[in-house]
Ligand binder design. Sequence first.
Ligand code: ZN
Length: 346
Amino acid sequence: MESTNNIEERVARLHAGGLIDMHFDLPLGLFWNRARSNVIATDFLPEIKSGDIGLLGVALYVEDKYLPDQALRIGLDQVALLYRELEITPRLALCKTFAEIQRAQAEGRIGFLLTMEGAEPLGNDPSLLRIFYELGLRSISLTHARANEAAAGGIFAPSGSPSHGLTRFGRELVRECERLAILIDVAHINPAGFEEICALTTKPLIVSHTNARHFYDIERNISDEQIKMIGARGGVIGINAILVSPRKEESTLDRYVDHIEYVADLIGTDGVGIGFDFCEFLWRQMPIAEREELEAKLSTPHFLPDLSNHAHTRNVTRKLIERGFNDQAIEKILRGNWLRVLRQVL
Ligand SMILES: [Zn+2]
């Protein structure tokens, strides 16, 4: 058994390069608080800093009530809010290239990678992808848990997602992403869409935030076969801290690390990363009626008591050490695998 001091030294060493979390609904949080200023510094930065986060995928997301007509407007509003906050928070840096990611790290700044969860802001207009690319978009998942002009999302049940794959527009987007060097994120997509994206593309694919169906069997999560497909393509799967189990009593830090171990056992430690999806802050701000509506459509999230925000990342690292992962493997899971894919694709 290692002494507590040794373990804490190892954790500090492993965190020194900064962790990468590929999915955070920060732009939606900014949108909900758009009457306020300095929201990131006040509400998020203390936790992001204490969790040693180096790079964060921040996802544009448009709520159902704005679809379809206002989706573009809301997406652009979220970008504008993000830019405004970046301007007044020198500790943060929007990264559009791999060199900018490295520079942010060298300067001790926290990098943001702009991502999109659901292609709704693009409507059915492929040229808008280019506009968002210019604004900094570097990763896109075609859908959330709903159908749109591009594809259909996987539902929160073991079967029953729409049987169709991508639309013509969806296929066009995927090809344009590869051309522009935007990461293609297959989180949330239905099984048919997943398969089609794999067939259409050649670069590594990512799943920014998901869990293994082995522990939580819904089509929104990822099957053993899908995990192997991502692994075969040199992709990375970010493990989500919200859907680790359908049962509250099994929603624990240990079960979170079970997902990491499970994916690593199937495709090796090169294929697994972090995509916490910490969204309890949104849940707390939601009116009860809206929360109930969302729970009925999706599922009740079981937030993990010791892994519910960025200040808790050391708990994961300690647990990985406890499970016997070596430093090299932990470094890959916390940071190195995402960096590898970002270097390759961006
Ligand atoms: Zn999501």
